[in-house]
Every structure is written in structure tokens, then in C-alpha cells.
Design a protein around this ligand. Structure first.
Ligand SMILES: Nc1ncnc2c1ncn2[C@@H]1O[C@H](COP(=O)(O)OP(=O)(O)OP(=O)(O)O)[C@@H](O)[C@H]1O
Length: 300
């Protein structure tokens, strides 16, 4: 199947502020796509536009080949948005059955309870659930119509580490079954663990796009850090080959490079006076910081 989601030069403007700015994007079926970005980057707005909950100021959005506001498209998607309250005075199983009744071909209740890890809580009243359990119930409700596309806005907020890992495995299993999953997260580890593709958004634009490995590989993000002795001048280091970026913080230096081994060799060969030498990075944290700082110049 082709693209499940297609955005063409989509802008959403609030007064002078462009929450989403000429965003073009296509997502294929069966992918897990993570939207990353700092607070206010435009992630939730992008998801609301894809879901048809907000109308773009300009540009076109297509979901499952159609208009996201069409009834027959809505029935094929499931979503958890931020801070949605579940209905009180009903038991977990009853709320799930209520939501299932809205759909022609719902997922079986037992499967929903199992996927959400709520089998033991089935007979509990929803107001007695913990924060993390409520989040999992929302997930079960989002899946109740057996959707082809699932949108999750910060789905694991409030979950403990174990629940989060179980949740990731379950998402991967759903994607392997052919479902498309789009999630926003502030946890880089989460994006790294489950996403086939990461989109980094800042100021309403995509500033990086690739698999976790591509982003880590292309941006490197690896650096050598050390405390520079008094004789080392900034120009001495700037003249070394293969340095992408240098940061000085007092005498604490970070040298970013695609090849930390050969740079370390050059430093040692030149007899620089260095202490506390460390090679770090190569993780998504560094990639994220770099992309946000440099607005992703040239990275896509
Ligand atoms: N209804 C609205 N009216 C005015 N401005 C809005 C509205 N909704 C969002 N914005 C602005 O649009 C920008 C993007 O917000 P959005 O909620 O999409 O960011 P986000 O990436 O989801 O942030 P977070 O990580 O904090 O959830 C922000 O500057 C926000 O203040």
C-alpha cells in the first residue's frame, strides 16, 4: 500500500505565529513514526491537522487517501490525545464495550484488555485506576475500532519503566501486523527503541528525517571532550582535520567529529596537554541537541 498520510505544504497559523509551517510529509503503511521536538515545536498541531481536528490555514492533508474529516476515514483511525479524561462511574470493561459499540468491526474486548495490560483491572471502576492505568485504558479505547492508523500523543507519560517497555513491544507488534503508528514523544530513548522513522520538528518545520540509525550516523553527534591545559589556544584546535564543531566552556572543550579515533590520534600526536579525555555521544540526545541548535541546516 502507498502513503497512509500525505501533507502538502501545510501551514497552521495562529495570529503571527506559524505553529506548522509549510510542512510536507508522507508516511507509508506499517511504519512506526515518532515526532520529536522541543515544547511548542508544532507536534500536537501537526497531529490535530492530520486527524482533521484542526483545519490548515493553507495546504492539503490526506489521510488514508481521503479527507480526514470524512466519516468513513474517521472510522479507520484511532487516537490518544493529551490529557483526555476517561468516563467515570463505569468499569474498565464497560467503557471498552461502550467504545466498541461505536464501530462496525471492533477489536474483541479480551484482546483490547490484553494489549493494554488491563486484564486484572477489567472489573475496576475507571476512577480507581492509577494515572498510568488510565493512560493504558485510553490506549485500549483508541484501538477499540481495530484502526489501521493509530495516533498517540505522548502515550507513555505517567507509565513506569516496565510498563513503558511492555507498551513499546506491543506497539511494534501492532505495526508488524500492518498498522501505521504515529506518536509524539519527548523520550528520545522511546523513539530510538520503537520508531522506524524519526521526524524532528522545530518551529513547525521538519529539521531532520530518517531512521534512528541514519540520524545517529549522518549527524554523528560524537565528540571528544577534555580539559585543555593553559597552553592550548582555540586556533590550535581549529586547525586540526576532521572537526565539525568545537565548543569551549571555560577550559572544558568538546570537539565534534565523524571520526573520533583519528582525531584523538591527531591530538595525542601533537602532544596537547589534555586531562579527563572522554569520547562521548553517538546517541539520539546529541543528534537532537545538534539539530535543534543548528535548525537542521543541511540535514534531511
Ligand atoms: N489554539 C491555539 N491558539 C494559539 N496558539 C496555539 C494554539 N495551539 C497551539 N498554539 C501554538 O502553536 C505552537 C505549537 O504548539 P504545539 O502544541 O503543536 O506544540 P508541541 O510540539 O505539541 O509542544 P509540546 O511538546 O509542548 O506538547 C506553540 O507556539 C503554541 O503556543
Amino acid at each position: 500500500m502507498g502513503n497512509v498520510i500525505e501533507l502538502e505544504r501545510v501551514t497552521k497559523q495562529y495570529g503571527p505565529n506559524k505553529a506548522v509551517d509549510h510542512l510536507s510529509l508522507s508516511i507509508k503503511s506499517g511504519q512506526v513514526v515518532a515526532l520529536l521536538g522541543p515544547n511548542g515545536a508544532g507536534k500536537t498541531t501537526a497531529i490535530s491537522l492530520i486527524l482533521g481536528l484542526k483545519r490548515p490555514t493553507a495546504g492539503t492533508v490526506r489521510l488514508l487517501g481521503g479527507n480526514p474529516q470524512d466519516e468513513h476515514i474517521r472510522g479507520r483511525i484511532g487516537a490518544i490525545l493529551q490529557e483526555v479524561d476517561v468516563i467515570d462511574r463505569l468499569k474498565v470493561k464497560e467503557v471498552i464495550d461502550l467504545f466498541r459499540s461505536y464501530y462496525a468491526h471492533p477489536m474483541p474486548t479480551e484482546r483490547l484488555l490484553r494489549l493494554a495490560g488491563l486484564e486484572k483491572e477489567a472489573e475496576l471502576f475507571t476512577e480507581h485506576l492509577s494515572g498510568g492505568q488510565k493512560r493504558r485504558l485510553q490506549f485500549a479505547l483508541a484501538l477499540s475500532g481495530d484502526p489501521e492508523v493509530i495516533f498517540l500523543d505522548e502515550p507513555t507519560v505517567g507509565m513506569d519503566v516496565t510498563s513503558r517497555r511492555v507498551f513499546w513491544e506491543m506497539l511494534r507488534a501492532l505495526a508488524q501486523g500492518g498498522r501505521t503508528i504515529v506518536l509524539t514523544t519527548h523520550y528520545l530513548e522511546e523513539a530510538d527503541a520503537i520508531a522506524d522513522r524519526i521526524l524532528v520538528i522545530n518551529h513547525g518545520k521538519i529539521v531532520a528525517d530518517g531512521t534512528p540509525d541514519q540520524l545517529k550516523g549522518s549527524l554523528g553527534g560524537r565528540y571528544i571532550s577534555f580539559i585543555a591545559g593553559p597552553a592550548i589556544q582555540q586556533d590550535d584546535l581549529a586547525a586540526l582535520p576532521g572537526i565539525d564543531r568545537t565548543e569551549w566552556n571555560g577550559r572544558h572543550v568538546k570537539l565534534y567529529t565523524a571520526n573520533t579515533d583519528s582525531l584523538l590520534f591527531s591530538l595525542v600526536e601533537r602532544g596537547f596537554d589534555m586531562k579527563d579525555i572522554e569520547i562521548k555521544g553517538g546517541g539520539l540526545n546529541e543528534v537532537f541537541e545538534q539539530v535543534i541548535e543548528t535548525e537542521g541546516a543541511g540535514i534531511k
